[in-house]
Write a protein of this length. Structure first.
Length: 196
């Protein structure tokens, strides 16, 4: 019996809810209609910017940009890396400008990577790198040469008490041609073989 009394209350509540929803929707729709038409009008009034392009600012070299040079020495197959701050000649250049500048002024340098913080250049040199020593002869004496950055021999030391004339002819020829060594340890070993 209690269930029979609840059914009309339920339907009355449901009807009341639906009527209030419809009335609220109509009232709000009437208030929103002028706002919607105003927004649509504003959209029509605004200009069409679809044909405009966004300009992208070029990345340029600044005084804070680092220039990394990777120098490949073909004679010894070593790669020496040097990092320096950008010099005035490169400041304010973009990627295309530096490529053109390098082709014109430094044909042996090639651009590997480019960003506003670091530029990497590749350089190929057809001689030994600066990490080598050459054991050779100077004025008929055993001499030690260092290789400079241009691949030239620079006299570092002459062993006055060790003339090459007392060595075998094969060893003399090796010293005249020059024996390339990669480290100070290897230099010590080679000198020990000739001096002892």
């Amino acid at each position: 019996m209690k269930k029979d009394k609840m059914i009309p209350v339920f339907f009355f509540s449901l009807a009341l809810f639906l009527i209030s929803f419809v009335i609220g929707y109509q009232l709000m729709g009437n208030k929103l209609e002028p706002q919607i038409s105003r927004i649509n009008q504003e959209k029509e009034d605004t200009q069409d910017y679809s044909d405009l392009q966004i300009l992208k600012e070029d990345i340029r070299i600044s005084p804070n940009t680092f220039i990394e040079e990777r120098i490949h020495h073909t004679a010894c197959d070593h790669v020496i890396t040097k990092v320096n701050a950008a010099t005035e000649e490169f400041v304010n250049m973009n990627k295309d400008e530096i490529v053109d500048y390098l082709e014109e002024n430094y044909p042996n340098k090639k651009l590997i990577s480019f960003s506003s913080s670091k530029i990497t250049l590749g350089i190929t040199k057809n001689h030994l790198c600066e990490n080598h020593y050459i054991v050779g002869e100077k004025d008929d004496l055993i001499a030690i040469f260092k290789v400079n950055e241009n691949g030239q021999r620079v006299l570092e030391n002459v062993l006055i008490d060790h003339p090459i004339s007392i060595l075998m002819e094969v060893d003399q020829q090796k010293l005249i041609e020059g024996i390339v060594v990669d480290s100070e340890d290897e230099l010590s070993e080679v000198l020990e073989n000739f001096i002892s």
